[in-house]
Write a protein of this length. Structure first.
Length: 195
């Protein structure tokens, strides 16, 4: 039920970006369609699986950010920094666990900012745990609790619940303001993928 509630808004935004690109650059529009197709296949396949390798989630996130870069153009700078070995990248994680965090950064941080900003995804290991952090330099979290299950933050609330259901309470999302501007969300899971 939690997976079903996570409905990526990027589909509509990407289709609009493809439509806008079609006349001026048909080849780029075709590439975007192929990337979107691969992403949708991954999302649909993930609905049938409880866990996927972390590396697949990272690859999906890179493709997602690449497509979003077409929409935001020079208003978005995105970085995915992975400092982990192959065993760590094989760790099973819930499917579509990173995408809501990145979508939140884009939708609530970068999109409302006239200047745009930076989204950084970092995956590192420390003390037999995998640390995942997504931060942006956008407008910041505002007054609402980012982890409340409101209309604007269902993705974060559900992701936190899914992580806790899979790995226990230590895997819950933690949020903070990002200095000097923006928002940061992070979680930590066991390197062996067990609770």
């Amino acid at each position: 039920a939690l997976k079903a509630q996570i409905n990526p808004h990027f589909l509509f935004n990407t289709l609009n970006s493809i439509s806008a690109t079609l006349r001026r650059n048909p080849e780029q529009a075709r590439e975007m369609i192929a990337k979107l197709s691969g992403m949708m296949r991954y999302a649909l396949d993930g609905a049938d699986r409880d866990l996927v390798p972390l590396r697949d989630e990272i690859d999906f996130t890179r493709r997602y950010l690449d497509l979003e870069h077409h929409r935001f153009s020079d208003r978005l700078e995105a970085t995915v920094n992975v400092q982990a070995d192959d065993d760590t990248l094989d760790t099973p994680v819930p499917p579509m666990v990173l995408q809501p965090l990145v979508e939140n950064a884009l939708r609530h941080g970068i999109a409302p900012s006239e200047e745009g900003g930076t989204v950084t995804v970092e995956v590192t290991t420390e003390n037999e745990r995998i640390e995942v952090r997504v931060e942006d330099t956008g407008v910041g979290p505002g007054d609402e609790n980012p982890l409340s299950a409101s209309e604007n933050s269902t993705g974060l609330a559900n992701t936190s619940t899914r992580l806790q259901h899979t790995y226990g309470p230590d895997a819950a999302l933690h949020t903070a303001e990002n200095a000097p501007t923006g928002f940061r969300v992070r979680f930590s899971i066991p390197k062996d993928g067990t609770a």
